[in-house]
Write a protein that binds this ligand. Structure first.
Ligand code: ZN
Length: 225
């Protein structure tokens, strides 16, 4: 075979199921049979969930009244070369600042996604998952200034999560990225498989009409010439 071909494909998505953890207050996922082989002769599920359940993308409309909805955004935001920043080793509620991103700052540019590898996906399904590290508003603004419009991480939210209250910094990181017309990818997993590589990443969301966000099947892959 001649021409380019897809090499290794890495799944960066969590399974979507009833047990999928959600942001405090968000609807939980419920998957129930709507038709079964035994009764109707075929299987169909009734799927009920919030727009931001599991591995998903936030559109600007998530926080901004006049922000673009998920189905209005250019697909280029969801597909492209990614820079993986190793920011592991943060304590619970630890801050990820610009200094943490310095080692990869030179590779940040328009058209590049930034993925924050916090390692917090190891806490998926436990209470500790809520105590994830988060990006400071200042670091988010510098990312935007560098031209980055897609920021993802392997944790629940780009901003701090405080159960029953607002985080001290509010939603500064969300507002910086979404305010620039960018998107945020949350609840990624398995970024360790990308260490030392510059993969192409796809986080194409479902085309939910008018929505603030949508679930994605996030994958990384290599293209071999
Ligand atoms: Zn978000």
């Amino acid at each position: 075979m001649t021409g380019p071909r897809i090499g290794r494909v890495v799944d960066l998505s969590h399974p979507l199921e009833d047990a999928t953890p959600v942001y405090p207050g968000d609807p939980v996922a419920r998957l129930r049979p709507a038709a079964t082989l035994a009764v109707e002769g075929y299987n169909v599920l009734h799927v009920r969930m919030g727009s931001q359940t599991g591995t998903h993308v936030d559109a600007p409309y998530h926080f901004l009244e006049d922000g673009a909805r998920i189905d209005e955004l250019p697909l280029e935001l969801f597909l492209g070369p990614a820079v993986v920043a190793d920011v592991r080793g943060k304590p619970p509620h630890g801050r990820i600042g610009w200094a943490d991103l310095a080692p990869c700052a030179e590779r940040l540019a328009p058209g590049r996604m930034l993925l924050l590898w916090t390692g917090w996906d190891r806490h998926w399904g436990t209470d500790a998952y809520l105590d994830h590290p988060f990006l400071t508003g200042e670091a988010a603004e510098r990312l935007v200034a560098a031209g980055v419009r897609t920021v993802g991480l392997d944790a629940l939210s780009l901003d701090e999560t405080v159960v029953g209250g607002e985080p001290a910094e509010g939603f500064a990181a969300h507002l910086a990225v979404l305010g620039a017309g960018g998107v945020i990818v949350e609840n990624l997993r398995g970024l360790d498989a990308l260490a030392g590589s510059d993969p192409i990443v796809s986080v194409l969301p479902l085309r939910l009409a008018g929505a603030d966000g949508a679930p994605v099947r996030a994958v990384a892959f290599d293209v071999e010439a």
